[in-house]
Design a protein. Structure first.
Length: 303
């Protein structure tokens, strides 16, 4: 990207970046932690998301400062250098290599497992996929359109930015609570609580009240922070560590499609129908996802 001489090469750079992000962000990290720690990966997953919650808080000001001082091309080269000189050695030196195991994509059936239990596991997998897809559509859309929606509701640019900045710290606080007080809570209950917080936050934003908007952003941010952890811990709790990496890959497909298509669809909603309909639509997605969680068990499913 830093060397791109024209727009086609610039777009190609974004395509390469997207491939790298799909291979190196939370989903791949969760799969790696599941391989390394098995049933005990929940604490590690929570710890990774807790540190990741500071990424935007630290990186956005740093990148903005670099861009203002040296320009966007030099900033891109600096970030590429950090990946090459810091990130890559960490992966090569500290993550144990893959061990030879039976094909993780085909979990071994438990002795005496019935066809019914296998069908139940398949049904629950579809529910989890639906839950995560709705979550991804909601989160990606709001992250793109929140500031524009708030401005159209009458918020000043500075107030809209301040409301948006409330989300990051709220995510970190919720993850700290998950790491400490709620670490024994089943991920199904964490998902229910997180989506309830998101639903309430989005509902409060509809009021267009500046004071309530900060409360709404805090509620949504807390729910969003918990949902990131749930993405890694819920499949592990429901289905176990066998085939965890392959299962995470299957779940990521509809999520990535939602992340790429939902913001565009919600942009049309915002332009044609306004911010109230947009926020109402996103609140509806949160509510449907919340309903889905009540079809999930609070124990592991064999199969």
């Amino acid at each position: 990207m830093g060397l791109s001489p024209n727009l086609p090469v610039y777009f190609l750079a974004w395509t390469i970046l997207g491939t790298g992000m799909a291979s190196g962000l939370y989903d791949a990290a969760f799969s790696t932690l599941g391989r390394l720690f098995g049933e005990n990966a929940r604490t590690a997953i929570t710890g990774v998301t807790l540190m990741g919650g500071f990424a935007s808080t630290l990186a956005w000001p740093a990148i903005t400062g670099l861009e203002a001082e040296f320009g966007w091309r030099t900033t891109c080269m600096a970030m590429a250098g950090m990946h090459l000189l810091i990130g890559l050695p960490l992966y090569l030196l500290f993550i144990p290599p893959e061990q030879q195991h039976p094909d993780p994509a085909v979990p071994t059936k438990a002795s005496g497992q019935s066809t019914g239990s296998s069908k139940e596991a398949g049904y629950l997998f579809l529910l989890v996929a639906l839950l995560f897809t709705l979550q991804s559509a909601m989160m990606s859309s709001l992250s793109v359109h929140l500031l524009d929606a708030l401005r159209q509701l009458g918020f000043a640019a500075s107030a809209a930015l301040a409301v948006g900045m409330t989300i990051g710290p709220s995510q970190v606080v919720a993850r700290l609570l998950e790491f400490s007080l709620w670490r024994t809570l089943h991920p199904t209950w964490s998902a229910r609580g997180a989506l309830l917080l998101c639903f309430l936050g989005l509902g409060l934003l509809l009021s267009a009240d500046p004071a309530l908007a900060f409360v709404a952003a805090a509620l949504y941010g807390a729910g969003n922070g918990l949902l990131t952890i749930v993405r890694g811990t819920l499949p592990l709790a429901l289905f176990g560590s066998q085939g965890y990496g392959a299962r995470m890959g299957l779940l990521a497909r509809p999520m990535l499609f939602a992340q790429s298509s939902a913001p565009l669809a919600m942009a049309l909603v915002l332009d044609e129908l306004g911010p109230t309909i947009l926020l109402g639509t996103l609140a509806s997605l949160a509510f449907v996802a919340l309903v889905v969680t009540w079809r999930l068990p609070t124990r592991r499913t064999e199969g």
